[in-house]
Structures are given as C-alpha cells and as structure tokens.
Design a protein around this ligand. Structure first.
Ligand SMILES: [Zn+2]
Length: 313
C-alpha cells in the first residue's frame, strides 16, 4: 500500500462527532469529486469515484449515517489497469439530494450552484479541519517521507473553490503553493512541518509522526555529516602537515644525522617519523616529559627551518 493510501485509510477510521463536521467533510468530497446527475421531475443524483477502498467506505457510511439519501456503493475492476479497483459511491436521483446540497451551502433553492466554500465551514475550526480531510480524501496525495521527498498536494478544478480552500487553510496556518496541470490547479506543500501539521489536523496521526520522525532524522543526519566533514578536514590538515614535517626530518637525517639535533628536537623528530597520523596534541602527550601543543608546534617549525637552511647551504 502506498503511503498516501495508508494516510487515507488512517483518516477514514477517524470518528466524527459533530454533524457540522460531517457536512463539511462531505461537502469537500462532493465539491472536489462529485458529479451531479439530473433525473426526471427535479430529482438529483450524485456520483463520486475513488480508488481508495477505505475512503469509499467512509464516505458511504457518512452519507448513510447522517442523511436519508439513497446511497449505494459499487466496486469496479478497471478495464486497463487490471489490478486496480475503483469504487463508486452513488446517490440515486431523488428529491432529498437538493436539500442536502442546500444544507451544505452548495446550492440555491433555484438549483443554482453556489461556488466556493460556505461560511459555516470557513468560520469554525472543527469544520475547517473536517473540510481539509474531505478534500484530501477526494483529491489528495502525499509522498512517503522515508523516501526523502516531502510533498503533499490536492488537485482542484475550480478557481473560486481553490481560492476559498487556500483561504480556509490559511486560517489553520497552512500556506499552499500552486501550479497548473492542464485545466486543473494543484495545491501543494513542500515544507515538512506544514505537511506534518496538515496530517495531524485531518486525523492521520501516525502519518504525521512519520513526517516528524523523518524531519528529525534528516536534521540529525545533516548535523552528523557536518561533524564528520569537519573531522575529515582536520585530519587532512594534520596529514598534510605531518607529511611535510617528515620530509624535512628525513632531509636533516640524510644531511647531518638526527643524532646531531638537540635532545628535545630529536625526540619530537623521531616521534613524528614513527607516528605520521598523530596530531600536535597527540605528539605533545607522547613526549617523555609532555609539552604544550604550541611548544610542540614551535619545535616542529624550528626543525623545518633547520632543514630549509641545511638545504640552502
Ligand atoms: Zn464542525
């Protein structure tokens, strides 16, 4: 099952307590996914398609539990993509559909469609979240954060509704960005914190946690990488200096012999040759009578200078 399918399954298990929120969720689902059918004698039918079985069951159940609409659910195996099923939630043409659409602020008495999102849903936090859930169930997708890409989107097909959905989201501090995809507009989020918030709002708690974990993991990993990189950089510097010092020490040895050096310099020179990987502090600690790091540095510089002078002669 894809991550997005898991998210829909999780949202679909959520119990909605208030009828206001159930209406908000259904309104969003119908707006983004519904097709109105005209039956005879002013009767209206409604059909909605989804490929997610949990979503299909939820929407069917919400209609069944909170309205008197004659609702059915059908399963179809898609002709081309042999393994995928699609689910159709269908309300047979009847007189109550209009009443429902008026209740959720989508239709006038005159049968005229009202665009956008009704104020009753915009103005209440519980309904805003339910509306976002309905929208996500109808036309949403979200990437698996473990795969490293953070992306969540909702496909919209109506300009006025899209703008209202952005307005509603903004009241919940969600800032959708958008791009055109043929005749549709895709609203999307890339910020993992925003996606986490949205998932938590619509009731996908586990998915929100997965996003939160991925974000924490990523920032930890970045920090570790930075530490490792600076460590490697330091090690490279040590090795370069050590290699240069060893060259000079060997030069002195071949020209006048290390035994001619003062005892203090001699000890450091030999330690350096034997332990090319040692840092200055490691060299300092390994001396018979330990010195400070800067004293070791000073002596090594002195040795290098001696080698240069010997070479110059
Ligand atoms: Zn509500």
């Amino acid at each position: 099952m894809t991550f997005a399918a898991e998210v829909k399954k999780e949202c679909s298990r959520l119990e909605t307590k208030n009828i206001c929120c159930t209406n908000a969720e259904l309104a969003a689902f119908v707006r983004l996914n519904g097709v109105l059918e005209l039956g005879g004698k002013s009767k209206l039918g409604l059909s909605m398609k989804t490929e997610n079985p949990a979503t299909a069951r939820r929407i069917y159940k919400l209609f069944k539990d909170t309205t008197d609409l004659p609702v059915d659910i059908y399963v179809k195996r898609k002709a081309k993509l042999n393994k995928n099923f699609s689910y159709m939630i269908s309300i047979r043409p009847n007189l109550a559909t209009k009443v429902f659409l008026i209740t959720v602020g989508m239709m006038e008495e005159t049968y005229a469609i009202i665009p956008g999102i009704a104020d009753q849903f915009l103005n209440k936090r519980c309904c805003r979240r339910a509306y976002l859930r309905g929208s996500f169930l109808a036309a949403g997708a979200v990437s698996d954060p473990k795969k490293g890409d953070y992306h969540c989107e909702i496909l919209t097909h109506d300009e006025i509704h899209k703008n209202k959905l952005k307005e509603l989201s903004l009241k919940e501090d969600l800032q959708w960005r958008e791009f055109q995809k043929k005749n549709n507009t895709v609203l999307y989020l890339k910020d993992s914190e925003q996606i986490t918030d949205l998932l938590a709002m619509i009731g996908a708690t586990n998915a929100a946690l997965a996003y939160e974990n991925a974000r924490v993991y990523r920032s930890m990993r970045n920090r570790v990488n930075r530490l490792v990189n600076s460590e490697t950089a330091n090690l490279n510097k040590t090795m370069q200096a050590s290699w240069r010092q060893s060259q000079k020490i060997e030069k002195i040895d071949s020209l006048i012999g290390l035994e001619t050096l003062p005892a203090g310099l001699q000890e450091i020179a030999r330690l350096r040759l034997e332990n090319p990987e040692y840092s200055l502090s490691e060299l300092a600690e390994s001396l018979n009578s330990p010195l400070s790091k800067s004293a070791v540095n000073y002596r090594l510089k002195k040795i290098e200078k001696m080698a240069d002078e010997l070479e110059g002669k």
